[in-house]
Design a protein around this ligand. Structure first.
Ligand SMILES: [Zn+2]
Length: 299
């Protein structure tokens, strides 16, 4: 079976734990939307395009998370002239991937377990910042959809009836597995769900989950919204007594029945709890006080 799965006349994807989008530019060129976890996914993209007789012209990175940019370095090294596109804030982290484990370490030099390929890809220079609401590459114009909230400056891309939604929403199995859909800014994450809902594309491809036809989108977005609201409610319930971040995170972990296989998953979870605390403060449902016991969060 071919690696590339066709969605519409000019759009394709490579299904996997992280779905990769491919857009044919019509002149024998192709754009890949994200590059997966590592050099193996980079190699897979190259093989898929070879099979289809397409030449990789550009990489568009939707956001900086390592599972979306891990194939960049392999492709930039092996495909002459390939151009890398990314939104401005994301571009900084794509160029300097050490910054992801640094922010998960409250700004400190990260310990070794946080410097693995799940949190830290190899960096590449970003050639073009995505700053307008449309992007034209090789004569093909894509709509740029701002989807911040999961990550600082995440974008989705839409072309030829297909919306590549990155981590703007997740499939049900992913939501089940993670307990809290990762957020950097919960208010923006909820607003971004609305921005996906407003699209009239025929198909929606999340980074993690199944290709979703338009008529199944509303239901899936409702499940995403419910998962975010459930996480917020769990964090709020954990503030019945004041607690510092790690105390609150422990209470939330117990309440949601979550287990972490390794330090990286725990660090990501604590970061997401922190985003929910900030959201509750914004909503007027929580406050933070500094006392002898440190920085305490309370309802
Ligand atoms: Zn992500």
């Amino acid at each position: 079976m071919a690696i590339l799965q066709q969605i519409s006349a000019r759009t394709f994807y490579i299904p996997g734990a992280n779905n990769l989008g491919v857009v044919a530019t019509g002149d024998g060129g192709a754009i890949t939307i994200d590059t997966g976890l590592d050099k193996d996914t980079g190699r897979l993209i190259r093989k898929a395009l070879d099979e289809a007789g397409l030449t990789l012209r550009a990489i568009i990175n939707t956001h900086h998370h390592a599972d979306h940019i891990g194939g960049n370095e392999y492709l930039v090294r092996n495909v002459p002239g390939v151009q890398v596109y990314a939104p401005p804030l994301e571009a900084a982290l794509i160029t300097y991937p050490l910054l992801e484990p640094v922010y998960l370490s409250m700004g400190a030099q990260p310990i070794a377990p946080l410097q693995n390929k799940w949190l830290m890809a190899k960096g590449v220079a970003v050639d073009h910042l995505i700053e307008a609401d449309q992007l034209t590459i090789g004569g093909t114009t894509l709509d740029v959809i701002p989807l911040p909230g999961h990550s600082l400056g995440q974008v989705g891309l839409a072309v030829d009836g297909v919306c590549f939604a990155a981590d703007g929403f997740f499939g049900p199995a992913i939501l089940q597995k993670h307990g809290i859909p990762y957020a950097q800014d919960v208010g923006l994450q909820l607003a971004s769900l609305g921005r996906v809902a407003a699209r009239n594309d025929l198909f929606f491809l999340p980074g993690h989950g199944d290709l979703t036809p338009r008529d199944q989108l509303e239901e899936l977005l409702a499940i995403n919204q419910a998962a975010i609201e459930r996480a917020s409610a769990a964090v709020r319930a954990a503030l019945a007594d004041p607690g510092d971040l790690l105390t609150v995170a422990r209470r939330v972990r117990v309440a949601l029945g979550l287990q972490f296989a390794a330090i990286p998953q725990y660090a990501i979870f604590v970061s997401a709890v922190s985003a929910h605390l900030g959201y509750l403060v914004q909503q007027g449902s929580a406050q933070v006080v500094l006392g002898d016991e440190g920085m305490l969060w309370q309802a």
